[in-house]
Design a protein around this ligand. Sequence first.
Ligand SMILES: [Zn+2]
Length: 133
Amino acid sequence: MVRIAQDRIADLFGLAEREATAGPGPLPDRYVRLARRIGTRYNVRLLTEYREFYCRGCSAYWAEGRTVRTRLRRGRRVRTCLRCGRERRLPVRERRRGSTPPEIPPVATAQEDGALVGEAPGDSDEDDGSEEA
Ligand SMILES: [Zn+2]
């Protein structure tokens, strides 16, 4: 039974995706709602990859730019549902190995003791130009 439920959920998300790319309409949201209901009914967790696709607040299928807005804020990916305004914050990193996550400047608390943190390695003023007098 669990297997069937999982298959059905996968089918529904597939359908939702197809409908969402086809154009706006109520169907994707309906598919998401059904999938979630099957999940609760048979006590099957939705895969984490599916959780990227819908709003946990109102079950809207998330189509970028239409029902969800994604912004980078303080090193996090913040996805705001445009239906109900619910936010979902995710760490940025995950996959994309080449790119480095945005640098979050450390909040300087140690200004008094004069110890500089995070100075650039290899300062360029090591050569004074006065080696032969
Ligand atoms: Zn929502």
